[in-house]
Design a protein around this ligand. Sequence first.
Ligand code: IP8
Length: 249
Amino acid sequence: MLILKLGGAAITDKHKANTARSDYLRQIAALLAQHRQPLILVHGAGSFGHILAKNYGLAEGYQNPAQIPALAQLQRQLLDLNQAVMAALQEAGLPALAYQPSALCLLESGRIVEFYAEPLRRALTLGLLPVLYGDCVWDRARGFQILSGDQLVVYLANAFQAERAAFGTNVDGVLDSQGLLIPQLSLGDQIGQLESGAADVTGGMAGKLAELATLQTARAQIFNLNRLDQLEAVLTGGGPAGTLIQKPA
Ligand code: IP8
């Protein structure tokens, strides 16, 4: 099974609040439909969530009552983006089914400690395509907390013993301090400069690599989702795409 993240920076216009790249989502969906396989999709928030989350400190947990309407508004924005993703997938003929992470899981200090996986398991058994997303989720210690799609991908890869986890971003993969692609990386390696989008409350590339430290068995790949040839290579398993991440031996 493949757990695939559709990064928010690639599926939304990061410079325009609450704007999905719907035409591009349709092209992504067409490729997913062409290379059908056991799959769980997770999408990021991009311009639908990070700005509000940053303005109200939602990634720092509960601090003041002004955050409450912002939390509710954030969830609606995330549902709006999710609807755009679901429309593209279903129009391409995929039996996609949306799951709201805040209704399925619970965090403790920002980490998933409870996750009700059975509904996903049943959907997969019948050939459906579960779709989840980065969300604002209840947290036992902090009240609530932003849960990144990246943490979800790694959690799901471990829970479903997926063979592969792939992160579609807006860069070619992990880049070194000269901006050159690192084709293979062991998680123990020292990395120079890492890209992290300004409004990204969940840590950009550095956050991804930190999450990957908890990956148990799957092979991981970080690739450029703005390039359909790279997505195709990920889906077919043919040819290099982005950075391949290995666990240290
Ligand atoms: O875009 C964050 O998820 P991500 C979700 O995968 C938010 O980092 C900001 C609500």
